[in-house]
Design a protein around this ligand. Sequence first.
Ligand SMILES: [Ca+2]
Ligand SMILES: [Ca+2]
Length: 496
Amino acid sequence: MITFSKRFLATGGLLFASFMGPLVADEGDQARAEYPGGFSRPPSQGKNYDTWKDAKGPDVGEMKVDLKRLPSKVDNSAREQFPPIYKQRWGTCGQFAAVGSIFTYEMNILNGTVADSDATRFPAHFSWNMMNRAENVGSEAYHGWEVAKRIGIPTAKSYGGVRLDKIGVWPNGYEIWREAMEYRVSGYRYSPANTVDQLNEARGWLFDRNQQKAGKETIGGIFALDGRMGELKKVTRTIPKGEHAAGEDVWIRWGPSGYGHGITCVGYDDQVGFDVNDDGKITNDLDINGDGRVSLADWERGAYIVVNSWGEKWSKDGKIFLLYSAMIDPTWKRGNYLGRAEVTRYLPLRTLRLKLAASDRTDLRMTIGIAGDKEAAAPEHEFAPEAFNGWPLFRRGNAGHVPIAGPEDKSPIEVGIDLTPLFEKLGAAKDGEGKLFLRLTRADGSEAVGVLHECAVRTYDPKGNFIRESEMKIKDGNFGKSLLMIDTVIKGLKRK
Ligand SMILES: [Ca+2]
Ligand SMILES: [Ca+2]
């Protein structure tokens, strides 16, 4: 099953072909962050968009790798923070890797919890339904991590499971959207693994993030991987009797054809090997690819441990080895990189609770503004939430031209939007009172219509406890044919 959409590959490949470096790197190349192709961050943000900017942890290559500490094997999927091996349906692989597995794992480590129930697991479909155009198309890991940065991810418990049984459904319930705000990604990064230095940094990340702490265990990180999955039989081998990990399967290369498939790299085993060139021995010091030098590309021993979302029975246990050398594949222009994410907790102080219907959620246009004077005629600061403006961040990856609740469902839904950053922009207000503005309309040329049923501002204390709700008056909630504008006085602001 190939779950990467042709359309995404075509645009990404054409736009970004010029940014891609040589796939066979110089052996001296150090570990470093890189944004390969169009699949590692949203092209709409331009070349200067730093996806690690808000992360607290050290960037790729900043920490010294201490090889002496690294054990010969690490498998983080055996940890209690790692969720079960899932069986995906539809083109959800990217989100099963990015959110279902990696986000869940990292959030449980951060929280000191274990991923043993839906209360501590995170859904693949929430972020998927923000970008899949309400169709069965593939996604990239960054889609999920950007949704987690900008909206957050609700737990599988409040969402209704790790997956839903229908494509394109948005959750109905303020508390689901409010809960999502708490669980966020602070930054994400991609790095190549084409040289021994880069491989060692990756092994260090898998072991303890290259962050040794005296007297304290640091739990290792995991990676998103994009594998080429066509003709897998040609590259899948079973480790023969008498060898380390005999009977297990190993990919000696990526598939010779096909598109990207999101999978999760959970560890490594330096002892796993396979006699790729069939010379009767497993070596790391012979030039087996005939390029006149010995490099990581020639290694027959040492493998990543990969979890796939094709069920726990796939390849015996849902997992497979991937030779370190397979990451160097000059036949695949897209290239292979390791993606990591840092997660964080966040509590909003002000939110907007909305109950609304809309005939086309991608054509919806919503702005929320604020002014530090309750008599103001116009906002001083304004923002346009991505999810309610057709996801401009993702360009063609949007939530589909369907009603806001999902395909063929015209009912209104109740959602929540974080207003805290908007209020922070304001700083202080005259007399401690200001004005909040909400504008609802539709995209130029669209026929979309909608109805705003309820609108209220909610206030929380810094510990996340609900303080109060102030409902805004709506005279006529219809929008689309005409612009809907409502405003309300906001109290309790810092005084100028
Ligand atoms: Ca050999
Ligand atoms: Ca060679």
